[in-house]
Design a protein around this ligand. Sequence first.
Ligand code: ADP
Ligand code: 5GP
Length: 203
Amino acid sequence: MGVIVKRKGMLLIISGPSGTGKGTLVKKLMESDPSISFSCSATTRAPRPGEIDGVHYHFIDDTAYDCLLSEDAFLEHATVHGHRYGTLKREVEEQLASGKNVLLDIDPQGAINVMNHVCDYVSVFILPPSFSALRVRLHTRNTDDPVEIERRLRNARREVLNIGKYHYAVVNDDLELAFSQLQSIVNAEKQRTTRFCPTILED
Ligand code: ADP
Ligand code: 5GP
């Protein structure tokens, strides 16, 4: 008699204010865990140097985005810092069906939207050590002007009030500690009995 254990994929939502280090942590997680697939979102923002279409995002124009909206192609969508972003249902559903763990790196509006519409997910909120540290990170990253940075900091103060809607929180102060906490969450969640579909084979 043998046992074949197939696994169901997990939907992992990583969210939090801009500049808390989501992208940094997600990159480390993807490099360390081949069971996780990144859900490549569609966006109307322009690619930054080094970003690849179809890898970091599907970079599309407003017309194509409206077309996807009209086809109900998005699991969730939101306007974030002046640009439109959407999680494609097909990216998520196809990968979950093949047993992959699918990671969404999305803003808090999108995360709450998914949490309100999907039953089975794991959500992690990434917190900065302080608002002053967040301000320093946003300035150091050098991707936004000072007015935009102040807007993101105001949004951050509102976003952290919703922390109780998430399953887990990780404070990203020391990067290695935060990463190991994130890995612990992911590893434990992968072992839930609900993710296993054992099949007993008769001899
Ligand atoms: P997000 O994706 O949440 O907007 P990023 O991953 O782009 O944030 O990180 C914002 C900035 O903070 C980047 O310059 C990144 O290198 C830096 N950063 C990330 N984690 C830490 C950390 N633990 N300590 C100091 N700086 C960090
Ligand atoms: P960036 O343009 O810096 O890559 O991302 C800006 C913000 O948009 C980040 O907070 C990121 O998590 C969020 N984001 C990326 N893709 C999506 C998406 O598909 N939906 C939502 N709601 N937010 C997204």
